[in-house]
Design a protein around this ligand. Structure first.
Ligand code: GLN
Length: 488
């Protein structure tokens, strides 16, 4: 049962082939026996999961089941879950039990989905390898000596290892798409404001966005149907009406214009990965799409721009962790200053401290104009590059990452090379656009992804293109069990 997609599980539930309790038991058993190798979950509460599954079965027997009723979903440990620890991958929140559900969680609960547990992540979602978690690194199910990508690496690994049929993630600069690519699954970062950020622990508020991670575009569409929509409690959430994201999936691709930014296919892209992306593009062309070269001239500025803006916002967001309101508090503080400094010294890991220092520096009186304001001006230029492209193409495609998963430890002492891992994903967040990564092929037995970027609120279009691709190819059907056999 564990190798079924969300859509297949939903069908089996509807036809009475199995119950929600049986599905939950199957996935809990896999987590119990297999997750030691991957470390993809931080918290699992079997009783709560089985109780939710029983409720889902009751709901179905009353005839009021929704599409996701009884489907187990793993949630990134950045989403607040009432009564269940929400650590954000940090010692700072190791003891934090939220008094309320994030809107995303509440929406899944409302349709009767079953929370399977909370997944491991880079501390406060800062990272591209899932090595900065207080709970230890996550290992890639395709090769456990390699990273799964980050920061939603626990979610990606859990789905790839089939410990969960689907998961939630968040993406501030690539954290849904990059781990999706490195773990061989499909992940969608929606338009900024499409999914509520209420109860999603803030990293960089103008960039953060939650989204689905699953084994197919269809599954992502089903999850997005539950997640998307205006939230009166999140003033940045969009009032734009939501679509049925499953409704457009079968639109043929004839006439679709896909722009290929020349900056995304140059130096820095590993040759074999580039070839896999090219093969996927050829397939899209065979399905009726036209490929056009475009340019995003400010691409080389995205990494420095993001790594000023994201730390600046992080430094203000993380000031709330002071030992007074929630989370870790140092022992026996002698005065208030001691309480603040020791709590933060003990509670935060190195990468988080690095970001707070960079961000505080960039926002300080003497440097604000030179760094933060300048970065915001460049951000506008980056966004305008995309807008100009979308005058002549329907979507943009390119690689998700420069290469396949790298070895654990390979980049952990070199933050700049780690930051360059995000070179193709960051601009999307700076521009607030939706983007999807899906499996494009294997490089040395490891998955790589192709990224599709759309205009604001074009989630349906991205999902349609990905679904059409997946109807005609089987890269998304490859699993670590079927290739390297990492899962024993
Ligand atoms: N890798 C990027 C960073 O470390 C993006 C992280 C994210 O999207 N949460 O900031």
């Amino acid at each position: 049962m564990h190798d079924l997609t969300v859509a297949e599980l939903a069908q089996g539930l509807a036809s009475g082939q199995f119950s929600s309790v049986e599905i939950a038991q199957a996935f809990l058993a896999r987590i119990n026996t297999l997750d030691e190798q991957f470390n993809s979950f931080i918290t699992v509460d079997e009783d709560a999961t089985l109780a939710a599954a029983r409720l889902a079965d009751e709901r179905r027997s009353k005839g009021t089941a929704d599409a996701l009723t009884g489907i187990p979903i793993a949630h990134k440990d950045i989403f607040c879950t009432e009564g269940m620890r929400t650590s954000c991958g940090s010692k700072m929140l190791d003891n934090f039990i939220p008094p309320y559900d994030a809107t995303v969680i509440a929406r899944f609960n409302a349709v009767g989905a079953v929370t399977l547990g909370k997944t491991n992540m880079d501390e406060f979602a800062m990272g591209s390898s899932n090595e900065s978690s207080y709970y230890g690194a996550v290992r890639n199910p395709w090769d456990v000596t390699r990273v799964p990508g980050g920061s939603s690496g626990g979610s990606a690994a859990a789905v790839a290892a089939m410990l969960a049929p689907a998961a939630t993630g968040t993406d501030t600069g690539g954290s849904i798409r990059q781990p999706a690519a490195l773990c061989g699954i499909t992940g969608l970062k929606p338009t900024y404001g499409r999914v509520s950020r209420l109860g999603m622990i803030a990293f960089a508020s103008s960039l953060d966005q939650g989204g689905p991670m699953a084994r197919s575009a269809l599954d992502c569409a089903m999850l997005l149907n539950a997640m998307a929509g205006h939230d009166p409690k999140d003033s940045t959430s969009s009032a734009m009406p939501v679509e049925d994201y499953c409704a457009q999936l079968n639109t043929p691709l004839q006439g679709l214009r896909i722009g290929l930014p020349k900056e995304y296919f140059g130096d820095g892209l590993e040759a074999t990965t580039g070839q896999r992306v090219q093969n996927a593009l050829d397939e899209l062309q065979a399905l009726g799409a036209t490929l056009v070269e475009v340019s995003l001239p400010h691409s080389q500025l995205t990494v420095p721009t993001y790594y000023v803006i994201a730390p600046a916002e992080a430094s203000t967001n993380l000031s709330r962790f002071d030992g007074v309101r929630y989370g870790h508090r140092c022992a026996a503080p002698v005065d208030l200053h001691d309480l603040y400094t020791r709590t933060r010294e003990e509670g935060f890991g190195d990468e988080v401290k690095r970001r707070i220092l960079v961000g505080t520096y960039a926002l300080s009186a003497g440097y604000y104009d030179a760094y933060y304001k300048k970065a915001q001006q460049v951000r506008r230029l980056i966004k305008e590059d995309f807008m100009q492209c979308f005058d002549s193409v329907d979507l943009i495609a390119g690689p998700t990452t420069p290469g396949p998963a790298f070895a654990l430890g390979e980049k952990s002492n070199d933050p700049v090379s780690m930051y360059l891992e995000d070179v193709y994903t960051l601009a999307v967040n700076l521009a607030g656009l939706p983007a999807l990564s899906m499996p494009a092929g294997l490089v040395g037995g490891l998955p790589v992804g192709i990224q599709l970027i759309g205009p604001h609120f074009a989630e349906s279009r991205l999902l349609n293109v990905a679904h059409q691709f997946q109807q005609h190819t089987d890269w998304h059907r490859h699993t670590p069990e079927g290739t390297t056999g990492a899962i024993k």
